[in-house]
Design a binder for this molecule. Structure first.
Ligand code: IMP
Length: 207
């Protein structure tokens, strides 16, 4: 059996990764943080998503010895110079709250004209592993979902900022919280980055 580690406790993310990677690596088993001995997880203090994903994947390899994947994602708003970015989850301060984050974001953009409300969800996925000679090899890919922030909250699906975000790559003007999970996956930052890392993982296991 082929095993890979994903530095996450999110069962949905783990299942999604196993599904996407399993298409090219049958029998692959993705272990999450709850499947391995506890270790000290790094503080996500990097200025960009790739940096944080690499930190988490490096710690995963060190702790488990397994090829390790990690992701980091967030919303980058043009009118806020790319913020909340890596601060997306905690934009309105502790304790983490999607409702407060969305209310704060809408208030911050209240005076911003419709044509200047562009934003992108971004997701970086890192793979850190040892090659056949024991050398550490690092890869990072990034996926982007461009769109815009609307003026109200719409929809009940998804999570985080989905209720205020309308992706560009669709026929209508649904928020990502109004799309089906499959429709969002097909165009999402996370879907794109997971699909981009899949051939790199396959290649790594054929070393
Ligand atoms: P994480 O990388 O899964 O920890 O996500 C960081 C934060 O970015 C989340 O808490 C959300 O606020 C935001 N975020 C990331 N991806 C999405 C998404 O697909 N929809 C809505 N919010 C997202």
């Amino acid at each position: 059996m082929v095993e890979i580690f994903l530095a996450s406790r999110n069962a949905k993310k783990i299942a999604e990764m196993e599904r996407i990677l399993g298409a090219t690596l049958p029998g692959l088993h993705v272990l999450g943080l709850d499947d391995v001995a506890a270790y000290e997880e790094p503080v996500e203090d990097q200025p960009d998503f790739a940096g944080n994903a690499l930190l988490k994947a490096r710690a995963g390899l060190e702790a488990t010895g397994l090829p390790s994947l990690a992701d980091d994602s967030g919303l980058c708003v043009d009118a806020l110079n790319g913020m909340p970015g890596v601060l997306s989850a905690r934009w309105s301060g502790p304790p983490k709250s999607d409702d407060r984050n969305n209310a704060l974001l809408l208030a911050q953009l209240e005076d911003v004209h419709d044509e200047r409300r562009g934003a992108q969800f971004r997701c970086a996925v890192a793979l850190v592993r040892r090659d056949a000679s024991g050398q550490v090899v690092e890869d990072v890919v990034e996926g982007v979902m461009p769109g815009r922030v609307i003026r109200e909250q719409r929809g009940t699906g998804g999570f985080g900022y989905d209720v205020v975000f309308v992706p560009d790559e669709q026929e209508g003007s649904l928020t990502s919280a109004e799309m089906t999970a499959e429709a969002k996956d097909a165009i999402s930052h996370r879907g794109k980055s997971l699909r981009a890392i899949a051939p790199i993982v396959t290649e790594a296991f054929s070393d």
